[in-house]
Design a protein around this ligand. Structure first.
Ligand code: NAP
Length: 252
């Protein structure tokens, strides 16, 4: 019987894969058989090593995703170096914390540009390439608990991640006919650089842990199964969902 989770022969682009959740998902996709293009502004040496250990090909594309300038290069180089583009994981993202009453335009734009604008236009470019190749494809956006909830002191992050859930639905609606599945993963509270401030705040850390039924912060490897599922034939009839991977946070 063929394995519906097998990614052999597929090429995946993962943004922000030098660390954290992007690294966890890149390694899981490689373990499932995909070749990887790692895109980001910091050299992903550790991830390159981990992907190489799986025996898969890996290509690094240095790019600052705060602007749309690198998009053509990302698509072009991936196809040139790895022979195609089947899977895009829009993972790179940032967060800025401040009271909404004091929040600046700069912190608004910085977060919206990378978390939402680049995610949309990179998806558009990848979909154009997938449609031209005629083999369909998979796009996975990284959402958040703040796609479902309001949060506090992170207005541009909540706006961007709520937007990611909506964009995931509209792109699924428009591109399903081309055999492209667009879905999202909503990670709960994961121990990465993004949540360093929360982990370091004793009171917030205790509050957060107290309401996670699983009783622990997520590890980047906890996202691997969901990423492989949404990248593989196993999810061919799954469209426009935002899949929480949250240790039960939303069930409380
Ligand atoms: P992280 O460790 O801070 O990783 C973020 C990644 O995005 C890094 O690779 C970072 O590169 C990259 N990035 C940021 N700005 C960039 C830019 N302008 N150009 C290119 N790359 C850029 O955080 P993480 O927790 O793994 O976050 C990954 C995704 O998951 C984000 O979208 C985040 O919002 C989301 N998320 C995280 C959690 C959580 O609990 N950790 C929960 C829900 C959602 P640098 O290393 O160079 O900064």
């Amino acid at each position: 019987m063929t394995n519906p989770f097998d990614l052999a022969g597929k090429v995946a682009v993962v943004t922000g894969a030098n660390t954290g959740l992007g690294q966890g998902m890149a390694v899981a996709l490689a373990e499932a058989g995909a070749d990887l293009a790692l895109v980001g502004r910091s050299a992903p040496e550790e991830t390159v090593e981990l992907v190489k250990q799986t025996g898969r090909k890996v290509h690094v594309i240095m790019a600052d995703l705060g602007s749309l300038d690198p998009i053509d290069k990302i698509i072009g180089e991936t196809k040139e170096e790895l022979g195609g583009l089947d899977i895009l994981v829009n993972n790179a993202g940032i967060i800025k914390r401040n009271d909404s009453i004091d929040f600046t335009e700069e912190d608004w734009d910085a977060v919206m540009d990378i978390n939402l604008k680049t995610l949309f236009f990179l998806s558009q470019a990848a979909a154009k390439s997938m449609i031209a190749a005629g083999k369909g494809g998979k796009i996975i956006n990284i959402a958040s608990m703040l796609s479902y909830q309001g949060g506090i002191r992170v207005p541009s992050y909540t706006a961007s991640k709520s937007g990611v859930m909506g964009l995931t639905r509209i792109l699924a609606n428009e591109w399903a006919a081309h055999g492209i599945n667009v879905n999202a993963i909503a990670p709960g509270y994961f121990a990465t650089n993004n949540t360093a401030a929360l982990q370091a705040d004793e009171q917030r850390n205790t509050e957060i842990l107290g309401r996670i039924p699983a009783g622990r912060w997520g590890k980047p490897s906890d996202l691997g199964g969901a990423a492989v599922f949404l990248s593989s034939a196993a999810s061919d009839y799954v469209q426009g969902i935002t899949l929480p991977v949250d240790g039960g946070w939303l069930a409380r």
